[in-house]
Ligand binder design. Sequence first.
Ligand code: KG4
Ligand code: ZN
Length: 353
Amino acid sequence: MMTAVEQRTSNWIPGPILGIETSCDETAAAALAADGTVLANIIASQHAVHRRFGGVVPELASRAHIESIEVVSAEALQQAGLAWADLTGIAVTQGPGLAGALLVGVNYAKALAYVLNIPVVGVSHLEGHIASAWLQDPAFPLPCVVLVVSGGHTQLYYKEPNGHCRLLGTTRDDAAGEAFDKGAQLLGLEYPGGPAIDRLALKGNPEAIAFPRSYLKKGSLEFSFSGLKTALLYRLQAMPEQSRAAHAADLAASYQEAIVAVLVEKSFAAVRSSGARALAVVGGVSANSRLRALLQQRASSESLQLSLPPRAYCTDNAAMIAAAGRQALRAGLRAPLDIDAQASLPSSFAQVI
Ligand code: KG4
Ligand code: ZN
């Protein structure tokens, strides 16, 4: 996780650390104990701010982060029973994400590090999601396959015994979370779309409508979700207005099934082809109840070890950023105080954890 601007030192004595996450529409701060236990995981969601626009408005996100960052950080410390002076390091999301939103967290983290005279490390958001799989079970085995499914990513990695991640497959177009959000918009559901489809789908039949499941060519570990979204659009256009409402739950359940069936199938195909005996599934979409149920069933029938973090660690949070940052601090990394937010930090960043 070392960037060109990071430096290596060897004098970090493990102690409590604060994680900060502001890459999109959650202002989050978390405190970890010296042994990596999560002491507090505070999230101020901006969903109410963005809901009437149907998606995240970057400028409003930055402003909301500025308003909340200090309150959320102080609350994390208070809940953890820590004083500012107890902190021995800060981990902050450096990218990828919305530039203005990231800047709030990065600048706040740098200011804290300067005032407290402790090290700060910049963490890739993706690397944070991956680290969430080990938050509850630090002994979860390696090597394993990791599926990262969020609003911005749908990627399969092979995480080697030394912790390095090798990319096995990614999406050619939309991320799975994007497919949920765009589908929800077409169905007239509120933002954020993933949880809305999840809730509505509970009342519907997942086999009611045969939406296309894009497996691509045989053995492919790549994903594609844009055709599915178009199929939903055409299906809705062909329906009279009143029948859309009557079939909303079936549409949601069938659309959701087409996404999660492919995610499950490809994750297990990756496990088979890589020879790993463990699978971790992380990121916002891993909060989906149907995906969780299918993964659990399949893992138990194939006697595969599965790490499916609790929902609070699936969607954006700072505990995962603190966990990834803790690894970096333990490895002796620290960033200089002129590190900057990197809105398009490449996902390959996660390959050098
Ligand atoms: O990881 P995350 O919070 O932020 C990103 O890094 O993108 O993921 C957000 C994505 C959104 O697309 C949201 O709709 C989706 O995760 N999501 C869900 C659920 N909860 C969040 N998708 C399906 N079912 C859910 N329960
Ligand atoms: Zn995320």
